[in-house]
Design a protein around this ligand. Structure first.
Ligand code: HEC
Length: 650
């Protein structure tokens, strides 16, 4: 009897939590013979769907819902991009080359595989991917290349020319790979022109409707958070390992020089909250078929997230805002999946935990992870190609369809002289819109450091004045502090539409690189501003050391000092550890059993060939003794441990 009751109750309870989705996710059934790690998606000019998979095949169908599918090509080397000139002429990026596949005898399968260009090179390091494939206005192919993982600084170990192709698989870094970390162009005659350098792994390249090139880069060494970059010829975007292939390269550069050369991103995608690893940017060119975001950019992520980007030109350069768009279980689930130390999706820090409570309940098919490639179909729906490369479960192809109901969202955030103007997709509840307590604002920076950087100089920002626009769809927030060089974080959870609905994604980040008058951040790129400098005559200060530890060391050594394996890293025999030291160890081998002198030397100079960076150029000598004092007081078995603030949400 009991059992039957439960049977009746379940569907009812489920129905009560159902909410009408403004966007529906549909599953596309793939041919059973195909390994579903879909690593590229596009449409032929006559509307046929073309996908590639990581296992090296190209598949086509004229009817994604019902099939049939046919395999057009196979045996390719990890293709991560595809462009279809027609159903008989398809281009793919393989790791080592750009290839044209042609069906010349009309049997539906390619019979000619032709090398268009292979002037870049990769080695067998797993991270040396070749990404993308889009055409610019002139019809040139745009693609990009990844550095080896943990590529380290600019190296002189391998000469620029002649190209040294000796076996390198026993070396972790650097790599002789040519033009790695670049966005490249291959013209119609098959000639390669390097466009811009400084990428860690520009896993997504895209060309805007105006023909401008953009790329997403991946958080890691030198790249503090993932980014969307406006790619301009000759510019350098931050990771130095690629620089030696630049025309004007004349020797290694130190961090301050690199910082001067670096062009900042258009939009930062704050790590953890806005995903962990972004894919291809696509522009909403559907003219309204995909909802109210025409002209905006969608960026898929390796986590269960697709985000949305609004760009504006300020003082001649792009900057703007990013918003979550569809996020299924970004947060808790992703973080739990990350508890195995080799999963590099989301850091289990507070940045990742902060928002998981806000994920709006969606009904129907959930979004999978691995959203690295996307394309709009002729009918205005968004196809999402998913490959997780074994790092998570779930690969395949999904399609996102607008339900014709207007989502309640912040449509745009624009910079105004004294703050930001928010425009919504629909009229808002006037009372809440005009209430200062509906908004929470903060800001932070990322530092430019070899080790990467967590959020730094974080602070709340107060609203000085609030101005509601006449039609109830916009509001201007004048801020107490509006300074270039910060990422502004905004939460508007209490807001409601005029019809009483919540904002679907009440979270946004605006990357304020420059103010309207063009002024830029003038402070140090690689140093925090908020760490108070203590007077030298008072001896080491562990409190000050704690804030230094939180800023510079926790990413690797963990809040509890236990260290752990670095993401994606497997140490090779005879190479230094890829595991950050465990400060809680005891005994003669324990890191903290060493003398102050030894440890200060180690922190100052780092460890050759290991991810432990040298902090001599970043921290002042008294800051190094402060952080050491903190290590000893917190982890050295001393009873008065100062523990870092808890990372759990309140
Ligand atoms: C990018 C990751 C990373 C960051 C950031 C980092 N470390 Fe390390 N650290 C390591 C690794 C890896 C090791 C082990 C290196 C080895 O054994 O060669 C290590 C080892 C150490 C050791 C042990 C030295 C020994 O002789 O056993 C100390 C002390 C240390 N780190 C302090 C710090 C301090 C202080 C900071 C912040 C100012 C910091 N580390 C930031 C990765 C990091």
């Amino acid at each position: 009897m009991k059992r039957r009751l439960a049977f009746f109750l379940l569907p009812l309870a489920a129905a009560a939590s159902l909410r009408a989705n403004t966007y529906e996710i549909e599953e596309i059934t793939l041919p059973t013979a195909m390994v579903p790690e879909v690593s590229g998606v596009t449409f032929t000019p006559d509307g046929q769907l073309v996908i590639v998979n990581r296992h090296g095949e190209v598949w086509l169908t004229a009817d994604p819902k019902n099939g049939p599918w046919r395999r057009f090509a196979f045996g390719l080397h990890e293709p991560l991009g595809v462009f279809a000139a027609s159903a008989t002429e398809i281009f793919v990026t393989q790791r080592p080359e750009l290839t044209r596949l042609r069906d010349t005898d009309g049997d539906g399968a390619a019979d000619r595989y032709e090398t268009i260009n292979d002037d870049w090179s990769v080695t067998d390091n797993w991270h040396e991917f070749t990404f993308g494939l889009h055409l610019n206005k002139e019809g040139d192919f745009i693609l990009s290349t990844g550095l080896p993982d943990l590529a380290g600084p600019l190296n002189t170990l391998y000469p620029r020319v002649p190209l040294n192709m000796e076996k390198v698989h026993e070396e972790r870094k650097p790599s002789p790979g040519r033009y790695e970390g670049w966005v490249l162009k291959v013209d119609r005659d098959g000639r390669l022109t390097p466009i811009a350098s400084g990428f860690r792994a520009a896993a997504g390249v895209g060309v805007s409707p105006d023909g401008e090139i953009f790329a997403t880069d991946q958080q890691g060494d030198y790249v503090a958070t993932s980014t969307l970059v406006h790619v301009q010829p000759g510019r350098f975007y931050g990771h130095p390992a690629s620089l030696k292939w630049a025309k004007d390269y004349d020797g290694p550069l130190d961090l301050p020089e690199l910082a001067k050369r670096r062009t900042p991103e258009a939009v930062a995608l704050p790590h953890g909250t806005m995903g962990g690893s972004p894919g291809e940017p696509v522009w909403d060119t559907t003219g309204g078929k995909f909802g109210p975001f025409t002209g905006q950019i969608f960026v898929g992520d390796f986590t269960k997230l697709i985000s949305r980007v609004y760009l504006e030109k300020v003082a001649g350069e792009y900057q703007g805002a990013c918003f979550p768009f569809i996020r299924d279980a970004v947060g808790l689930e992703a973080i739990q999946a990350n508890s195995g130390a080799d999963n590099l999706t989301i850091p289990a820090g507070r940045d990742g935990l902060k928002y998981f409570r806000d994920v709006p309940p969606r009904s129907g098919t959930p979004l999978r992870p691995g959203n690295m490639r996307m394309a709009f179909a002729p009918d205005g729906s968004l196809y999402v190609a998913q490959t997780t490369r074994g790092w998570a479960s779930g690969d395949g192809l999904q399609r996102i369809v607008w339900s014709q109901r207007t989502p309640v969202e912040i449509a745009t955030i624009e910079l105004i002289p004294d703050g930001f103007r928010l425009t919504f997709t629909t009229a808002m509840d006037a009372e809440k819109l005009g209430d200062v307590s509906s908004y929470r604002l903060g800001r932070f920076r990322y530092l430019y450091l070899p080790s990467g950087s967590p959020r730094t100089d974080e602070a709340e920002v107060a609203i000085r004045e609030l101005r509601v626009a006449g039609d109830g769809r916009a509001v201007e927030l004048a801020l107490e502090d509006l300074d270039p060089g910060y990422i502004y974080e905004l939460e508007v959870d209490p807001l409601r539409s005029a019809a009483g609905d919540r904002v679907e994604n009440p979270l946004a980040f605006y990357t304020l690189t420059r103010l309207l008058d063009g002024s830029l951040f003038t402070g140090p790129m690689s140093e925090p501003l908020l760490i108070a400098e203590k007077k030298t005559d008072q001896g080491p200060n562990p409190e000050n050391g704690l804030s230094i530890y939180r800023t510079f060391c926790v990413t690797c050594h963990q809040p509890d000092g236990s260290g752990g394996a670095l993401p994606g890293a497997t140490a090779l025999p005879g190479t230094p550890a890829l595991v950050a030291a465990d400060f809680t160890l005891r005994g003669p081998e324990a890191p903290l059993s060493k003398s102050d002198e030894e440890l200060i030397r180690f922190i100052t100079h780092g460890s050759e060939g290991s991810p432990m960076p040298p902090f001599g150029g970043v921290l002042k000598p008294n800051q190094i003794t402060d952080v050491l004092a903190y290590l000893r007081s917190a982890f050295g078995g001393d009873s008065q441990a100062l523990s870092p603030t808890p990372t759990q949400p309140e």
